[in-house]
Ligand binder design. Structure first.
Ligand code: HEC
Ligand code: HEC
Length: 347
């Protein structure tokens, strides 16, 4: 609240300073006539974690973020916009890739997470390296195996473009592009990608029914999986070790890299399972490419170590038919309207 007041008062000061010269000192909270938009909250969702207090959502801010998200100029050679790895057709993950391709044919360490319902997340990245998604977007721009650019490099390119100058002036009251304002615009766009229109959501509203197999899968899911993947977000935002053997080449030990606590060795963030059928590959390194492989991991693949969660350490007992029914339930979480939502397509 305080931050958003600060932000508005900065805008007001800028407006007063500007209009002083024009000899009209009318104070305004919204000098650029921005069209503010209310943050979307689907009925069955809890309150979001992030409310854009420090970055009020506006149609103009979201449009600017959208343009940046699809703009190759944010990467060194022009080929790797955010959208090259975060593809709308895969709920903004990378479609059917274990890990994504970045600058100069390099690979990212991890599977690109789909981007939706970000305002409900407490931690970002598979190991929770980022606590907020504003700084998160700085990372791919600088990262050698993602976009490989520097902020100064990006700003030099964008500052020459009159359309960007106009858009930044409108949203942030200055045409001088800064890294902070770029990140705010990107956060407005990605943070407004809300996905809540799956068959499951319609079922919850009484507008759809689940068939027998989906219903059985749902019951089994509640018994065996919901402890870590609880409804309606399908994640409890915690970090857990589910006994996936560590790939010796990638040598990725997850959360311990951030906390340095040996008890976090092999822990990764519990991913949401919304639209999971549309976002293969799976797990932090994309090692599986079907949902059945994921369920079979819990049945027979768990290699328990000292940190493996007790809920899965002994394996989860399911018949073949039950395993299939769980995957059929997971498919009811697909929000296909999100994949073509015109608000999020390339502008
Ligand atoms: C080369 C591929 C690539 C590009 C380009 C890229 N990302 Fe990502 N993104 C990833 C990967 C991989 C991760 C997961 C990193 C990890 O967990 O260590 C990620 C994670 C994220 C997350 C965190 C999501 C979560 O649930 O934790 C956000 C938000 C995000 N990216 C936004 C962006 C934005 C905005 C851009 C453009 C400025 C961008 N990304 C460009 C591959 C990419
Ligand atoms: C102890 C907590 C826990 C339980 C119980 C659990 N999961 Fe998970 N699940 C996780 C974590 C953590 C990951 C990510 C692991 C990684 O990538 O290293 C994950 C990943 C997944 C993925 C891959 C998603 C993606 O986007 O990559 C699927 C699918 C999945 N779980 C389904 C299930 C199902 C179905 C069950 C029940 C049979 C279940 N989980 C039980 C914690 C759990």
């Amino acid at each position: 609240m305080k931050k958003s007041l600060q932000f508005i008062s900065i805008l007001t000061l800028a407006a007063v300073g500007f209009s002083y010269g024009l000899n009209s000192c009318k104070k305004s909270d919204n000098p650029n006539n921005l069209h503010y938009v209310q943050q979307e909250k689907p009925d069955i969702f809890p309150e979001p974690v992030y409310h854009f207090e420090d970055n009020p959502l506006s149609e103009e801010g979201i449009a600017l973020g959208r343009k940046l998200f699809y703009d190759g100029r944010l990467s060194l050679d022009g080929n790797y916009p955010c959208a090259s790895c975060h593809q709308q057709s895969a709920a903004f993950g990378t479609f059917e890739h274990d890990r994504s391709h970045g600058y100069n044919g390099s690979h990212t360490l991890r599977n690109a997470p789909p981007l939706y319902n970000l305002a409900w997340k407490t931690d970002f990245h598979w190991d929770g390296e980022f606590k907020a998604f504003l700084p998160e977007a700085a990372q791919p721009i600088n990262s050698h195996n993602e976009m490989a650019e520097s902020f100064n490099g990006v700003i030099d390119k964008l500052q020459k473009d009159p359309e960007y100058r106009n858009m930044f002036r409108k949203v942030f009251a200055t045409e001088f592009i800064s890294a902070g304002n770029m990140l705010k615009a990107l956060a407005q766009f990605t943070g407004s990608m809300v996905s809540a229109n799956s068959k499951y959501d319609r079922f919850k509203k009484g507008e759809a029914t689940l068939n027998t197999q989906e219903t059985e899968g749902y019951e089994l899911f509640k018994l065996n999986c919901a402890g870590c993947h609880p409804e309606p977000m399908f994640t409890d935002n915690s970090f857990r070790n589910i006994g996936l053997p560590i790939d010796p080449v990638l040598d990725d030990h997850g959360r311990v890299r951030v906390t340095k606590d040996p008890a976090d060795d092999g822990k990764f963030r519990v991913p949401s399972l919304r639209s999971v059928y549309l976002t293969s590959n799976y797990m932090h390194d994309g090692r599986f490419n079907t949902l059945l492989q994921c369920v079979n991991h819990y049945r027979a693949g768990v290699q328990a170590g000292p940190n493996t969660d007790p809920a899965v350490a002994g394996g989860i007992t399911l018949t073949d038919a039950q395993a299939v029914n769980i995957t059929l339930f997971l498919r009811t979480l697909s929000d296909s309207s999100f994949l073509t939502d015109p608000r999020f397509t390339r502008p």
